[in-house]
Design a protein. Structure first.
Length: 286
């Protein structure tokens, strides 16, 4: 078959040109779906932030009217929706308003630890609140022999070992547990206001009712009887199969992914949102 001459260039086969055009049309839906999938996390993140903003505004209004229990519920929901450290400051003040001193201490501690963008005046207020709360709560330092064990106090998970800082609890009796797979450790403690307690836990394999250690069943062996399924990329008749990285549409897709990813990062990292709220809480910087 004769090749059509292109002025100043090499000959182009009509067959190859048509094949490339069909491939280009076939790859467009794939690239479109890829771009849509990359943009969805950013859209979902914006939606969560908007909902959290609304909840923070509602909570601030309730707090200013003295409805602290309702304010706690709003702030907790806001933090669960969009876990910005800034919300922890509001939570700490609301917890203090309802007498939950241990929860307030934990909220202020995490706020100071995680929010490095807050204003100096806000940090000073949170630090002063922590100093006052330490005389009203007990601080428990928990060490566990197995890293990654889930540590709980009174049935509520507080983190994984090793814990970064002591945990504030209300004065009285508490149960400290650590779980790592089938291994578990438990300790009963009694804490006084203003005290510091250290607890060491060594998780051991749990037992059945008869007292015998429970041995987990062995993992099933994976036998190579059946070959793993492979994904085949269709190749048009007459066209030699080439490695994926040598195909033009592969690098076109990679370029599109890089461009969209960079755009999403720029959008999400641009500017801090300052949310003005009414009441005595000031502003929340997400």
């Amino acid at each position: 078959m004769r090749r059509r001459r292109v002025p100043g260039g090499a000959g182009v086969s009509p067959t190859n040109g048509g094949r490339r055009a069909r491939l280009c049309r076939g790859r467009r839906p794939v690239l479109a779906l890829l771009l849509l999938a990359l943009s969805r996390p950013a859209l979902a993140d914006d939606s969560a932030k908007e909902k959290a903003t609304r909840l923070v505004r509602e909570g601030a209004g309730l707090y200013s009217r003295g409805e602290h229990e309702a304010a706690v519920a709003r702030f907790e929901e806001a933090y669960a929706t969009f876990p910005s450290p800034a919300i922890l400051f509001n939570l700490g003040k609301a917890y203090r308003g309802v007498g939950k001193n241990a929860a307030a201490h934990r909220a202020f501690s995490r706020f100071l630890r995680d929010d490095d963008r807050t204003k100096p005046a806000r940090r000073k207020e949170a630090t002063t609140a922590l100093t006052d709360l330490e005389s009203k709560v007990g601080l428990v330092s928990v060490t566990v022999t197995i890293a990654g064990s889930v540590v709980s106090i009174d049935g509520k998970e507080v983190g994984q070992a090793p814990l970064r800082e002591p945990i504030a609890v209300e004065p009285g009796a508490h149960e400290i547990t650590a779980n790592s797979g089938d291994s578990r450790a438990r300790r009963q403690i009694d804490v006084a206001a203003g005290s510091r307690v250290s607890v060491g836990l060594q998780p051991a394999e749990s037992s059945d009712v008869d007292g015998q250690s429970r041995v987990p069943p062995p993992h099933e062996a994976v036998t190579p009887d059946e070959p793993a399924a492979s994904v085949q990329i269709p190749v048009e008749n007459g066209a030699p199969d080439r490695p994926l990285y040598k195909k033009w549409w592969f690098w076109g897709g990679v370029g599109a992914v890089v461009v969209v990813a960079a755009t999403v990062i720029i959008v999400n990292s641009g500017g801090d949102d300052v949310i003005p709220i009414e009441g005595t809480l000031g502003t929340v910087e997400f």
